[in-house]
Design a protein around this ligand. Sequence first.
Ligand code: FES
Length: 145
Amino acid sequence: MYSEKVMDHFQNPRNVGEIEDASGVGTVGNAKCGDIMRIFLDIDENGVVRDAKFKTFGCGAAVATSSMATEMVKGKTIKEALQVTNKAVMEALDGLPPVKVHCSLLAEEAIHAALWDYAEKNHIVIEGLEKPKNDISEGENEEEY
Ligand code: FES
């Protein structure tokens, strides 16, 4: 049911942990499954993501997507990091079963939440970034699950 890449990132997740004094921290959850993901970003003075770490209290797919998402944003500019969508993360993982697609949304939203936090701390506006939800299941259609 899971690709080899998903299994690899689930069993050997990259970038687990916290960043002290992170430039931005984003926490999002999904009230429907109860899973929570927190992403820490270290962004340098040129707006490049120097490091990314995560803590995920959630299912295997959520762990695998946070692992892959943090790998993908490292070394990217803020603008490029915004392109790391749940779709891009899923493609990098060679796909997820349909019932697990929502797990990858947590990763995208957690990155956005961390960037939002960074923008607020630095009093800047990141073009194309909308205020992320704390709970991604808000306003979602039940049938998607
Ligand atoms: Fe909730 Fe995977 S089941 S994030």
